[in-house]
Design a protein around this ligand. Structure first.
Ligand code: SF4
Length: 403
């Protein structure tokens, strides 16, 4: 088995699926090739180019790589999904994500120059595409507050070779943006909505934004041809559990898929307690009593939501049980923050500085080498090891790396 360090022995020099010169990336493999035999793109001279301040755990080490295997982390998980946070700003202040008392008027959001440009984001996504990523999710903060966001969608759709591009939004700006996003290449969309009662929803978004505004956004997305439309509802015991059945009833028969999400200890500012978690099993029982459900198989390995269909043919729902039924074993998600840090878990405490690499003049091959090494060193399974102590660790904020 070849041990790769420095140039010799590198598959690149043997013309391995290569496009242009030594630093060029291999052509993007077809889904069949990625699922079939897996010629691996490998780093050429990665040990040389990483900026000195790169944290030691991520400094590239010689790795035993099998060219026929995908890039897998230490638990054998490939990287399939890249979640891209394009801003740490939002026009909402949801209490479980961006509590106002922390993210107030004097909160220091990322300076403009620290935020990745669309070209930088597209470059990272394209390189991840050669490493196995098949799906891009644009997140935030609230991605639609980033100017000309449809421009980024267009770049991702035409320059990464990745077809499956989706976006998660609070829906407030969708009536203005839906058609342009669809025209730019967005296929489907996820809209957050935590209650159909104005008094509850306004209390949860904490900016007095009405339910109708989000429903108008969902309608605009449907009119624009975005499909499927998923509606994410975070369920917090003592706050909106009485809205679970009305939410299911409202979207039953519409074709839109509601996903009920267990309240999670993301970040370090939402005051999470286990007592506030309504387990997914209880959520399913609540709905099943009124709208009988039957479990259905996942769409693909590693799908986050457990799927259920309505027995009367009224469509399907999903439940995301990160707290009570962790799914880390199938987690194929990498996250890129708006300022270019790569996180390998939603509950991570530190990330790898990709932006420094991008702005240091590194070649595509070097960037790919660094990304592969970060992923291959990944051991994350936070939800499986969550204890009464872990919520207190200084985890990265969800509003910073997107859900
Ligand atoms: S806790 Fe981390 S490793 Fe587990 S599923 Fe979530 S993001 Fe993946």
């Amino acid at each position: 088995m070849p041990v790769l360090s420095s140039v010799e022995g590198s598959p690149i020099s043997r013309g391995y699926g290569v496009g242009g010169g030594k630093d060029a990336l291999p052509r993007r493999l077809t889904k069949q090739e990625r699922r079939g035999s897996r010629p691996l793109y490998c780093p050429a001279d990665a040990n040389v180019l990483l900026p000195p301040q790169t944290p030691v755990p991520y400094r590239l080490k010689s790795r035993t790589l099998n060219p026929d295997m995908p890039i897998l982390d230490t638990l054998g998980r490939p990287v399939r999904d890249l979640r891209i946070s394009v801003t740490d700003r939002c026009n909402f202040r949801c209490v479980y994500c961006m509590p106002k008392e922390v993210f107030g008027h004097d909160y220091a959001f990322l300076p403009h120059n620290d935020v990745l440009t669309f070209e930088e984001i597209t470059r990272v996504a394209r390189i991840f595409g050669t490493l196995g990523v098949e799906k891009l999710r644009i997140t935030g903060g609230e991605p639609l507050v980033r100017r000309d966001i449809e421009g980024l969608v267009g770049q991702l759709a035409s320059h990464t070779g990745i077809d499956d591009i989706t976006l998660t939004t609070n829906g407030s700006l969708l009536p203005r943006k839906a058609a342009a996003l669809r025209a730019a290449g967005l296929r489907r969309i996820t809209v957050s909505l935590d209650s159909l009662r104005d008094e509850v929803f306004k209390a949860m978004n904490d900016v007095d934004f009405p339910v109708q505004g989000v429903l108008d956004g969902i309608a605009a997305a449907a009119d624009a041809g975005l499909a499927p439309i998923k509606v994410n509802m975070v369920v917090k015991r003592g706050l909106n559990q009485d809205d679970v059945v009305p939410m299911a009833r409202h979207f039953h028969g519409t074709g839109h898929i509601v996903r009920f999400i267990e309240y999670m200890d993301v970040g370090a500012t939402n005051g999470w307690r286990m007592d506030d978690v309504l387990p997914a099993a209880d959520i399913v029982r609540l709905i099943d009593r009124e709208l009988p459900l039957a479990p259905i198989t996942a769409n693909y390995p590693g799908e986050v939501a457990q799927r259920y269909r309505y027995r009367d043919g009224g469509g399907e729902i999903g439940v995301i049980a990160s707290v009570t039924q962790p799914f880390c074993q199938g987690c194929t998600r990498a996250r890129l923050s708006a300022d270019g840090k790569l996180y390998t878990c939603l509950f991570a405490t530190e990330g790898f500085d990709v932006r420094a690499l991008l702005r240091s003049g590194a070649s595509d091959a070097n960037v790919a080498a660094a990304l592969s090494s970060v992923w291959q060193a990944r051991t994350d399974r936070y939800s499986e090891v969550r204890t009464s102590l872990t919520p207190r660790s200084r985890k990265v904020e969800m509003s910073y790396i997107g859900g």
